[in-house]
Ligand binder design. Sequence first.
Ligand SMILES: Cc1ncc(COP(=O)(O)O)c(C=O)c1O
Length: 428
Amino acid sequence: MKDYASRTPISKALYQRAKRVLPAGVSYSIRYFEPYPFFAAKAKGSKLYDVDKNEYIDFWLGHTALILGHSPRQVMVAVKKQLENGTIYGTSHEQEVALAEQVVKMVPSAEMVRFTNSGTEANMYATRLARAFTGRDRIAKFLGGWHGGYDALHVGVKPPFGLPESAGLTQGALQDTILLPFNDLDGVEKKLKNEQPASIIIEPVLGAGGGIPVEKEFLKGLREFCDRKDILLIFDEVITGFRLAPGGGQEYYGVKPDITVLGKILGGGFPVGAFCASRKIMERIDNITYKRPKYSFHGGTFAANPVTMTAGLSTLRILEDGKVTRRLNRLGDKIKAEIQQVFGRKAIDVQTTGVGSLFNIHFTKERIKDPQAAFRADKKKAFDYNLTLIANGVFFLPTHSCALCTAHSEEDLETLLRETERYARHAK
Ligand SMILES: Cc1ncc(COP(=O)(O)O)c(C=O)c1O
């Protein structure tokens, strides 16, 4: 903490200023960490620079959105050109069609797409669409699943699960959402024995819930269960989309959802979200074909703005052939194993989780199969490790899942391992 504070006096002063005008001094509560967050001044490639001129190797990567690193050249060239041609048209344009076509090409279950400005919004509209399509109110999600701040899904995210995640959620919202145990098919079947919700939403890898991968057999079983009970299966691929494979978690696991929610990488560094599904489901949003009460609304001022569409399209074109993803996944597997070994050599109990280029580090002996186990791990130790690394130029948002990008060099990864080794030596 002392090292961190001595390196970041200008950030400290900025934080005092920020606290006066931004609740908790931040624009998103998870971005606060003790004693105060550093304030970024610029970013390029794998590096983030703060106002005190410290350089950080970035493994948080804009909440894992930046698979090509900060401001990748190819994307920036396209975006700069687009900036000269307008930032929002408020009417139809070719870029939205081109990105929708690209999504349909890459995401196995997608036939039609609609764009939003965030993953939260996309989950909200996907949930509404599932309700509209099935004519049912109740929905189901998994304990530890994070789908953004929309009322119906902002339930059962963090322990204590019985307590509302936020004040201001109505009883109606809480009662309409059924909570399910992750990676436990018997548990799911039991919970839904006498229920037929509109949808079950799942992240192929629990992001905020600890980087925990879904087990393939469980996911297949869940798909069959949804088919049997005529429930729509929604994959929230806001993190896994275009990261686990060009077609996301559904390609990686070989299981297709009914509705897919996308975000992060899709925006190429700009605000985005999207939801996609078969034509039959998505057509409920078509206000020419469907009228009230069957029609399901979606829209927004900045929806499919041409800057985001341009950035997204150039990013997806780079990811399309899968070369980048395969290389990052290999690197991710290697780095997870090496981090585990570094702590193992010092007899410090650590479990790494994540799939491919996503990873998380938990200080616990217990194998992590569900979010409850992740939440039982020692968060204080994780925080201490993360803050020590930040003070030495390696940025993970403390206790959160992090990721690799194409801009990370061998040297960046060596630095991560060297600093981890140094930390483990001292912690021991
Ligand atoms: C799996 C998942 N779904 C949805 C969201 C919400 O997306 P956004 O923050 O863009 O609203 C997130 C954000 O981290 C996420 O990880």
